[in-house]
Design a protein around this ligand. Structure first.
Ligand code: FAD
Length: 339
């Protein structure tokens, strides 16, 4: 049976979290299908990279190690990935829904005429019966994502073309080392086999890398505010609570649109996906576009004046009350009780 491939993003020898998340998921899918999991590692100075990728379940690692492949450029990477896919005929190919994956995935899928589902929030294996022909398809990739403005969750399948391709956003899948590591067998790839001069028309003259000032993705505790916070001044209460708890401050899109918080703090479908140990949702109603980015949190506490707010359906604890009364009490209590 043909295998599952994950394109791994690598910068200065560091594998992106999203790629390790995809390998974790890819391992589960491969075990379900009884096939192998393969990783693509394109870049420079990649010696030993297979060890980390094997820990996350990769059985084979295609290593294309060449100065010409770092930093990332669309054309040479697309040429190498397409070349490998034409030879290996994967049944499934996964990319991060990052600037790189969003650039590369569609280019590869259009070259291979395979189709691609962007921004999946879940991937599963399942079957399908065509209503018209009655034809049955087994072991398809269910590419699951919100559609129509988040009003429905769509399951998209691609019965007739290979590979079945999907991009998945950072933080949506869990990153976990495999219980039984993959074999990590290296298959060296000579990129010159696939690229030509025209693939190098773009030259990188200079790169400016800015550290993200706000990093809510990795925060173990997030205090998030919504439109119900009422004002930018009230939002300061969240920073105070976050300070006491050692937390980061997140926000709903309505709060961001109202100028209460920066866009980098937005949680949800068009923001960041988070899965902290504790998520405190303050004045957030809990629309699907918001919960899609935080419903995997280990514990959720909501503070809302409306006891029937949708957020309470997924909250472990719901506090019915006004944020301007409840949050100062929380700050006071935590200050009194923290050592
Ligand atoms: P509201 O829905 O206005 O809710 C405010 C809540 O605060 C209410 O439940 C109210 O009871 C409560 N409240 C009011 N006053 C108080 C008070 N004093 N004390 C306590 N509670 C109070 N949204 C996101 O968050 N993230 C996204 O990434 C995102 N992407 C989107 C993408 C698309 C394509 C679309 C169409 C929408 C998207 N949205 C997103 C918007 C989403 O649909 C909601 O509009 C938004 O999440 C609502 O934000 P909110 O809960 O803060 O505001």
């Amino acid at each position: 049976m043909n295998n599952i491939f994950v394109y791994c993003e690598i910068e200065d020898g560091k594998v992106a979290d999203v790629s390790l998340e995809l390998l974790t998921k890819g391992r589960v899918l491969a075990d379900t299908l009884g096939c192998e999991l393969e990783a693509l590692a394109l870049g420079h100075n990649l010696a030993g990279i297979e060890k980390e990728l094997a820990e996350y379940g990769a059985d084979r690692v295609h290593v294309a190690d060449c100065e010409c492949l770092a930093p990332y450029r669309t054309l040479p990477h697309a040429a190498v990935v397409c070349g490998i896919f034409k030879e290996e005929q994967p049944q499934i190919a996964l990319f991060g829904a990052t600037p790189v994956g969003r650039d590369l995935g569609p280019r590869v899928s259009s070259t291979l005429h395979s189709g691609l589902t962007a921004d999946c929030t879940s991937l599963e294996i399942g079957s399908h019966t065509d209503v018209k022909s009655g034809k049955e398809y087994k072991d398809l990739l269910y590419q699951i994502r919100p559609a129509f403005g988040g009003n429905i969750i769509a399951t998209i399948i691609n019965p007739d073309h290979r590979p079945q391709m999907a991009t998945v956003r950072e933080g949506v899948m869990k990153k976990e080392k495999a219980k039984t590591p993959g074999k990590g067998i290296v298959k060296k790839v000579d990129p010159k086999k696939y690229v030509n001069d025209a693939d190098f028309v773009v030259r990188i003259i200079d790169r400016q890398i800015e550290e993200r000032k706000i990093n809510i993705k990795g925060a173990p505790v997030i205090v998030a505010g919504g439109y119900g916070m009422g004002s930018k001044e009230n939002f300061d209460l969240l920073f105070e609570l976050a300070d006491v708890l050692g937390a980061e401050v997140g926000a709903s899109r309505a709060a961001v649109d109202a100028g209460m918080a920066e866009h980098g703090r937005q949680v949800g479908q068009t923001g960041v996906t988070v899965r902290p140990k504790l998520y405190i949702a303050c004045g957030i109603s809990g629309q699907i576009q918001h919960t899609a980015g935080m419903d995997q949190s280990s514990m959720i506490i909501s503070i809302n004046t409306d006891p029937d707010a949708p957020i309470n359906k997924i909250a472990d604890y719901a506090i019915t009350g006004d944020v301007t009364e409840v949050i100062p009490k929380m700050i006071k209590y935590y200050k009194q009780n923290s050592k």
